[in-house]
Design a binder for this molecule. Structure first.
Ligand code: HEC
Ligand code: HEC
Length: 511
């Protein structure tokens, strides 16, 4: 049907029809494709690249753009053309645009439960209409505000861990003895490995990260290394929009791998700008309540959050050595353009991109207040099993493991939990068993005021409207000096904290 509607020749085979000639009547939403060489040359301003990325993120792709993937699964495998529906809520294509899901409370943000994704259903051939956990892992949409900083943190951490491993091997070779290496970066421990002089590693004690020691910060499972890799996946999965760098002639032998009669659907430059756009979205901040009682509760909660152990995993601050986001990521897997194919495009996360921006540090780096250690944990034990609700193994990672959720946007990214099936923050804490059980129990042992304070603190961590100049604001979005407020309410905070038990000595913090 598609062929007769579109006519194979109209768009591409004729070759001579420039896209602009299709302005009358129906035509592609994307009026042009981004040229990677032009983007690399610096001829266009960063803001122009950001604007093009925004356009791609918002675009409700249609059949002239190449929406749909009749002959490809959402996992990228070939299948018999036309053997699956054009749209299917479970296996996909499941939506018109990236912003169709990532829009709460504004574009680039999180999503309502209605925007959940049935992860891994996209790989099925034949497709499934079932939402049963036997066929997919249902996940709630994440916000990607601040994700440029997250990708750069993961890169710096991977490099440091891999350097530790290499140094261990060097020592093992020199001494002829096995060497035990403690893996730790930015204050987060990833267990240990043993380097053997023969050249192999014993990775049985490596924790919370893959044995390749490449930290993959994206997906709640921690299985995707870069915004670029995620974007190439998502474009195919959700929209049937195929990136040349993965599905083009050079890799598949076809310019129209998904057989929808549109060739070369997304250029390398298109993927670059949609990546830069996500990396340069505003960074989540903190809204400090104007009302004194709630403000004091929020300031108290920030301290109690640490005392009961939440901060062991939800690490309040990780420091970046650099300030730049550099595209592409050196750890990109094949099928995602990387350093071999592309020249670096850089921007400064503290001075460029959407406001509010990342906070610069005095040492030339930047401060990332994301409340995560970017490490995978198991929050299940014999009694508390809510978060062990998945049945399918994704990318080889055990079903009970999830990356510590970033909390910097938790105040306006409800619902909660990887599936989005928890409606309040208290419910989210209640399902913390396993590795977090000591902390959850310490939280529920607090009196009501102490618990309310932790919740008030988390409610203050929010995505701020694009264009907000400051990261810490009052309820009217005016910038405030937090240290001055802390000083002003010091006695009230101290008084409230006197009611909260000090950290028990026996608990073993994760770090
Ligand atoms: C049908 C809803 C939906 C659509 C459409 C969608 N996403 Fe997502 N997105 C999700 C969900 C759900 C997650 C969380 C997935 C998980 O944890 O497994 C997510 C996660 C992400 C992440 C990882 C964020 C993180 O911190 O781990 C990125 C990046 C992303 N999406 C980019 C995109 C891009 C780019 C597009 C468009 C090409 C897109 N998404 C389209 C629902 C959607
Ligand atoms: C052992 C590490 C660990 C500790 C300790 C911990 N958490 Fe978590 N937290 C996680 C992980 C992992 C997730 C993701 C769970 C999931 O959805 O599968 C998470 C998720 C959450 C969420 C859900 C956020 C969302 O947007 O869905 C909240 C809220 C939260 N934690 C708050 C807390 C609080 C408050 C404490 C202290 C009482 C705490 N956590 C202690 C690891 C931890």
């Amino acid at each position: 049907m598609r062929k007769t509607m579109l006519g194979k020749c109209v768009l591409w085979s004729c070759g001579l029809v420039p896209m602009a000639a299709l302005a009358l009547g129906d035509g592609p939403v994307l009026q042009r494709h981004v040229d990677q060489a032009a983007a690399e040359s610096g001829a266009e301003t960063f803001d122009a690249l950001f604007a093009q990325g925004h356009e791609l993120f918002m675009a409700k792709f249609n059949q002239y753009d190449g929406q749909g993937r009749p002959a490809t699964t959402g996992g990228g495998a070939p299948r018999v053309a036309g053997s699956a529906p054009l749209f299917l809520r479970t296996s996909g294509p499941d939506s018109n645009s990236c912003a169709g899901c990532h829009n709460d409370p504004f574009v680039g943000g999180a999503g309502d439960v209605v925007a959940n994704v049935f992860v891994l259903a996209q790989t099925l051939d034949p497709v499934t209409e079932s939402v049963s956990g036997r066929f997919s892992n249902e996940r709630n949409t994440l916000g990607m505000q601040g994700s440029g900083a997250i990708e750069m943190l993961a890169r710096e951490m991977s490099v440091e861990l891999r350097n530790q491993r290499a140094a261990g091997m060097q020592q093992a070779r020199a001494s002829g003895q096995p060497v035990r290496v403690n893996l730790s970066t930015k204050g987060v421990s990833f267990g240990a490995l043993v380097a053997h002089p023969g050249g192999h590693y014993d990775n049985t004690e490596v924790q919370g990260i893959d044995a390749d020691l490449v930290l993959k910060p994206f997906h709640q499972k921690g299985v995707v290394v870069s915004l670029r890799e995620f974007s190439v996946n998502a474009m195919n999965h959700h929209h049937g929009m195929q990136a040349v760098e993965r599905f083009g002639m050079a890799r598949t032998g076809s310019a129209d791998f998904d057989q929808d009669d549109v060739a070369d659907e997304l250029s390398v430059g298109d993927i670059t700008v949609v990546t830069l756009y996500q990396a340069a979205l505003g960074v989540p901040g903190q809204v400090l309540p104007s009302d004194t009682e709630t403000l004091v509760s929020t300031l108290v909660g920030e301290r109690v959050f640490e005392r009961v152990g939440c901060a062991d995993c939800h690490v309040p601050l990780l420091a970046l050595q650099g300030r730049e986001f550099v595209e592409p990521n050196p750890f990109n897997p094949s099928g995602t353009a990387g350093v071999a194919e592309l020249r670096n495009i850089r921007f400064d996360l503290t001075t460029q991109g959407q406001l509010p921006r990342l906070e610069p540090a005095a040492d030339g780096g930047a401060l990332v207040r994301a409340y995560t250690d970017l490490k995978r944990h198991n929050l299940c034990d014999e009694e508390i099993r809510h978060l062990c609700n998945e049945q399918l193994v994704q990318a080889g990672v055990a079903t009970e493991l999830f990356v510590t959720r970033k909390l910097w946007d938790v105040g306006n990214s409800a619902p909660y939990g990887h599936k989005g099936d928890l409606t309040t923050l208290t419910e989210a804490i209640d399902v913390h068993g396993g590795e977090a059980r000591y902390s959850r129990d310490a939280y529920f042992a607090l009196d009501q005021r102490g618990r309310d304070a932790v919740i008030d603190f988390m409610k203050s961590l929010q995505m701020l409207p694009p264009g907000t100049p400051d990261l810490i604001v009052d309820s009217t979005l005016q910038g405030v000096q937090k240290t001055a407020l802390q000083q002003r309410h010091k006695l009230a905070v101290q008084h409230a904290l006197a009611e909260v038990p000090e950290r028990p000595l026996h608990d073993k913090g994760r770090r």
